[in-house]
Design a protein around this ligand. Structure first.
Ligand code: B4P
Length: 193
């Protein structure tokens, strides 16, 4: 199995690059943001509880997203690997993910971290908010709250995987295809091993 975390702040291009990466490498895409938005669209109890947090730019509780990922791993026993997009977002989620993969005799092979300046993140998300219909993309104060959550809680995920030498920083600004090529180069190096 080949398991990849696409890491970075909100708006860094995780969703954009994930679409291209799963098409090239045949990995199963697991985006906790997409899973949560699907719960909201279906108006489940979980979705309604998550929406009030997401609308404020806050993270959803660890046990909720860990449960979703646990179920997704169980439901995809034949996957050749997973691309984790927007997960893990806390130290507890990282530890839980490592344990879930260990049960499958697998591990995270690499964490590709997209590096984008804060001004560019805000510009991209406000721009996406014009068409996405996402309530967390339309207000600048909510976008800033998401970036604060990222610095306070999510950046520790990179520290966790750095200890194992698994984090590679990728320039996340510029042309989408050039960024995709840079990500692909790092994946190919590891797939060849
Ligand atoms: P996510 O759905 O993960 O949303 P995101 O981080 O904002 O999106 P992403 O980073 O994928 O966007 P992209 O850059 O592709 O999370 C939403 C919310 O869900 C969180 O705030 C939280 O409340 C909750 N949540 C999700 N997972 C959770 C977890 N594990 N634990 C707790 N809570 C969780 O796109 C941004 C824009 O940039 C797009 O418009 C795109 O077109 C543009 N763009 C991309 N690349 C570009 C480039 N190179 N140049 C110019 N524009 C570019």
């Amino acid at each position: 199995m080949f398991n990849l975390i696409l890491f970075g702040p909100p708006g860094s291009g995780k969703g954009t690059q994930s679409e291209k990466l799963i098409a090239r490498y045949g990995l199963k895409h697991l985006s906790t943001g997409d899973l949560l938005r699907s719960e909201i669209a279906n108006q489940t109890a979980l979705g309604l509880a998550a929406k009030s947090l997401m609308d404020k730019g806050q993270l959803v509780p660890d046990e909720v997203v860990i449960g979703m990922i646990d179920a997704a791993l169980v439901n995809n026993p034949k996957a050749r690997g997973f691309l984790f997009d927007g997960f893990p977002r806390t130290k507890a989620q990282s530890v839980a993910l490592d344990e879930l993969l260990q049960k499958k005799g697998a591990e995270i092979n690499v964490v590709l971290a997209l590096d984008v300046t804060e001004d560019e993140l805000i510009k991209r998300l406000l721009n996406r908010g014009l068409t996405s219909g996402r309530s967390d993309d339309t207000k600048e104060d909510v976008i800033r709250a998401r970036i604060v959550e990222y610095h306070n809680k999510t950046s520790t995920v990179a520290d966790h995987y750095s200890k194992f030498g698994k984090v590679v920083l990728i320039k996340g600004e510029g042309n989408v295809d050039e960024i995709f090529d840079a990500l692909g180069t790092e994946i190919d190096k590891r797939l060849d091993k």
